[in-house]
Design a protein around this ligand. Structure first.
Ligand code: DGL
Length: 247
């Protein structure tokens, strides 16, 4: 089976990595819209338009399913995208919520959601968690971490300064939802900032468990990945080479 994986840039590689480690599909077609990253600063109509244009891209590949490995697109565009596609489209927010509810029983757990401005403004995570009874939630937009990751800055002083800028007034949470697929690339520094205390919810791990629950099995020996980008494909392939090989 062939799956499409779509993100605004390099972030969806974190989902692709989980799919390679759990080979449900024998072929992964990855598309990063690097010409227009970041999406998280755009308004909802623009995000929907980009989502629909991604469907046109994947129409060339005859995919069996599409994973929108971008929380920002998942927050706004899935309904519209689904009306244009003949195959199932999975976002990453529902799997993330599902993974959290499987892991965290305590409804008073201190949950921190970090995501792009657009995802935070959509209140998708917050509303769904509230409806499941979780009541101790802090949401902050940490959108500047997206260009830092796109730049390949995955550790060091600049990143740590940026984490301090966003987290300095935040009490150590029990759980952090990495509500942007770029953030697992910097999950170690994020976790270390809070002395490795929080449980991290990662869209890639969540989607694999969610697809397994939906009946997709890890039945392939391996998954081949081909990477496409709307700009600087070599830059994206370089990040992919480093990230996908790292254990
Ligand atoms: N990786 C994306 C997400 O999960 C988008 C980041 C961006 O383009 O701003 O939200």
């Amino acid at each position: 089976m062939k799956v499409g994986v779509f993100d605004s840039g390099a972030g969806g590689l974190t989902v692709a990595k989980s799919l390679i480690e759990n080979p449900i599909f024998d072929e992964i077609i990855y598309y990063g819209d690097t010409a227009r990253v970041p999406y998280g600063t755009k308004d909802s109509n623009t995000i929907i338009r980009y989502g629909l244009e991604a469907i046109e891209f994947f129409n060339n590949f005859n995919v069996d399913a599409l994973i929108t490995a971008c929380n920002t697109v998942s927050a706004y565009a899935l309904d519209d995208m689904r009306t244009k596609a003949k195959y199932p489209i999975y976002g990453v927010i529902e799997p993330g919520i599902w993974a959290l509810s499987n892991k965290i029983e305590n409804k008073n757990a201190n949950i921190l959601i970090i995501a792009t401005r657009a995802t935070i403004d959509s209140k998708r995570y917050e509303n769904e968690l509230n409806s499941l009874g979780y009541n101790n939630i802090t949401s902050i937009q940490t959108g500047m971490l997206v260009p830092i990751v796109e730049e390949g800055i995955l550790e060091g002083k600049v990143l740590n300064e940026m984490l301090h800028y966003y987290f300095k007034d935040i009490k150590t949470p029990d759980v952090i939802i990495l509500g942007c697929t770029h953030f697992p690339l910097i999950s170690k520094p994020i976790s270390q900032y809070f002395n490795n205390h929080p449980t991290l919810i990662h869209s890639g791990e969540a989607i694999v468990e969610y697809l397994n629950m939906k009946g997709y099995k890890n039945s392939q020996n391996s998954s081949d990945i081909t990477i496409y980008a709307s700009d600087n494909v070599e830059g994206l392939r370089k990040i992919a080479k480093n990230w996908l090989q790292e254990k």
